[in-house]
Write a protein that binds this ligand. Structure first.
Ligand code: PLP
Length: 376
C-alpha cells in the first residue's frame, strides 16, 4: 500500500550552499563560537537589514531577548509589558531576570499588541508607582505590529522597546525591516523559522557599543586580562561558527523563502475564501508580512477542531494559534490588560502548513482535505 508522507507545519528548507560554509569551518578548524562564519553571517544580516544596525548572532532568539532586557537594565522586581498573544519565549526571559511580565492583549487588525491597551496599562502602572522598565512587542506569524503607534507611546513615557522579530525576518513596515524598528530587535533561526541554523538567534542593536556589550555578556563576560577575570555575571550565548555557516547559506535564499511563504498564503486565501466560516488577516497599508505561517480564523472552536482533526487523519500537521500568556498556568499570577481578542483567536484560529518547501501536490492535498471536511 502506498503511504502518504507527513506534511509538517513548517520544516527546514536548505538552499544548497549551507554545506559549503560548514565544510569551510571544518577545513579551517573554526569549530568554536567565533570565526569567519560568525562574522560573515553577521555581515550578511546587517546588509539585509540596513547598515545602520549592528548584529550579534547568538545561540537562540530567547537568549537574544534575555540580553536585550539585561542591556536595558531590567532587574529583580521590575515590571515589563509583554504582548500576551505570543510564544512563551517572548516572556520567559523577563522571569530569568527576576522581573514580572504584565500582559497586553492584541488588536484586531494585525493580532499584535494593542496600542490602546498598552497605554492604559502604562498609565495604570505609573499611577501605582510601578513604571514599566520595558515593552516586548511581537510581529506574530510575520505580521508587523503597529510599530508607529507603539513607538510613540514608548517615547511619550520613556520606556525601551524590545522588538520580538523571531517570526518576522523578511517582513517590512513602511519599508523598514522588521527587527530594526525599535531600540532592540531580535531574530530566531530555530528549525521552524523562515531560515534556520537548526537553533540560533540574533540581537540587533543601534550602536556598536551595545553590540560589543552583548557579545561580551554572551561569552561569559571576560574582562580584559591574560587570566580569567570577571566583574559581571556572563552567559554562554554566542553562536557556533559551524551553525553560522548554515546561516550564511540560508541568507542566500531568504528572498525566495519569503516569496514561497507569501505564495502559500495567496493559495490558501484564493481557494478558501469562499467558506464563510474562514477568515484571513490582510496586511494593513504599509505592512509587508513574510507570511511565516498562514493563519485562519474560523467561526468557532468546533469548526477549528474539525479542520485540524480532519487534516491530522491524513497526517497533515496544523496547530491552534498561540495560547495567550495571560491564560497560561505558569503566568497565572501576572497582571494582564485584556479585552478577549487573543482568547477568541486562540479558540477559533488555526495555523496551516506553511513551509517554503511545500509542493503544489502538497498544497492541493491539504486543500482537498479541507474542502472535504464535513459541514464546513
Ligand atoms: C515569537 C517568538 N519569540 C521568541 C522565540 C524564541 O526563539 P528561539 O526558539 O530561537 O529561542 C520564538 C521562536 O521560537 C518565537 O516564535
Amino acid at each position: 500500500m502506498l503511504t502518504k508522507t507527513k506534511i509538517y507545519l513548517s520544516s527546514p528548507h536548505m538552499g544548497g550552499n549551507e554545506q559549503k560554509y560548514v565544510n569551510d569551518a571544518f577545513e579551517t578548524n573554526w569549530i568554536a563560537p567565533l570565526g569567519p562564519n560568525v562574522n560573515g553571517f553577521e555581515d550578511d544580516i546587517k546588509s539585509y537589514l540596513g547598515f545602520n544596525n549592528e548584529v550579534a548572532v547568538l545561540s537562540s532568539g530567547t537568549a537574544s531577548i534575555h540580553l536585550a532586557l539585561e542591556l536595558i537594565g531590567v532587574s529583580k522586581g521590575d515590571e515589563v509589558l509583554c504582548q500576551s498573544f505570543t510564544f512563551s519565549a517572548s516572556a520567559n526571559p523577563i522571569m530569568y531576570l527576576g522581573a514580572t511580565p504584565v500582559f497586553i492583549d492584541s488588536e484586531k487588525d494585525t493580532w499584535n499588541m494593542s496600542p490602546e491597551l498598552l497605554e492604559i496599562a502604562i498609565k495604570d502602572r505609573i499611577e501605582k508607582n510601578k513604571k514599566p522598565k520595558a515593552i516586548v512587542a511581537v510581529h506574530l506569524y510575520g505580521m508587523p505590529y503597529k510599530a508607529n503607534e507603539i513607538n510613540v507611546i514608548a517615547k511619550k513615557y520613556d520606556i525601551a522597546v524590545v522588538e520580538d522579530s523571531a517570526e518576522a525576518l523578511g517582513s517590512t513596515y513602511h519599508d523598514k525591516a522588521c527587527g530594526t524598528l525599535s531600540d532592540f530587535g531580535i531574530l530566531s533561526f530555530n528549525g521552524n523559522k523562515i531560515i534556520t541554523t537548526s537553533g540560533g538567534g540574533a540581537l540587533i542593536t543601534k550602536t556598536k557599543a551595545l553590540k560589543d556589550k552583548a557579545v561580551f555578556l554572551s561569552t561569559q563576560a571576560r574582562d580584559d586580562a591574560p587570566h580569567y577575570q570577571h566583574s559581571h555575571v556572563g552567559y554562554n550565548y554566542r553562536m557556533s561558527n559551524v551553525l553560522a555557516g548554515i546561516g550564511r547559506g540560508q541568507m542566500e535564499v531568504l528572498d525566495d523563502r519569503v516569496a514561497a511563504r507569501r505564495a502559500n498564503y495567496e493559495f490558501y486565501k484564493k481557494h478558501l475564501s469562499g467558506f464563510n466560516t474562514i477568515e484571513f488577516v490582510d496586511e494593513p497599508a504599509g505592512s509587508y508580512s513574510n507570511r511565516w505561517i498562514t493563519c485562519i480564523k474560523t467561526d468557532s472552536f468546533e469548526t477549528r477542531e474539525k479542520i485540524r482533526l480532519t487534516l491530522l487523519e491524513d497526517d497533515i500537521e496544523s496547530r491552534p494559534l498561540w495560547k495567550p500568556m495571560h491564560t497560561q498556568p505558569v503566568f497565572k499570577d501576572c497582571l494582564h490588560f485584556s479585552d478577549g481578542t487573543s482568547e477568541d483567536l486562540f479558540e477559533k484560529g488555526l495555523c496551516l502548513p506553511s513551509g517554503s518547501n511545500l509542493t503544489n501536490d502538497d498544497l492541493n492535498r491539504i486543500l482537498e482535505i479541507i474542502n472535504n471536511t464535513p459541514n464546513l
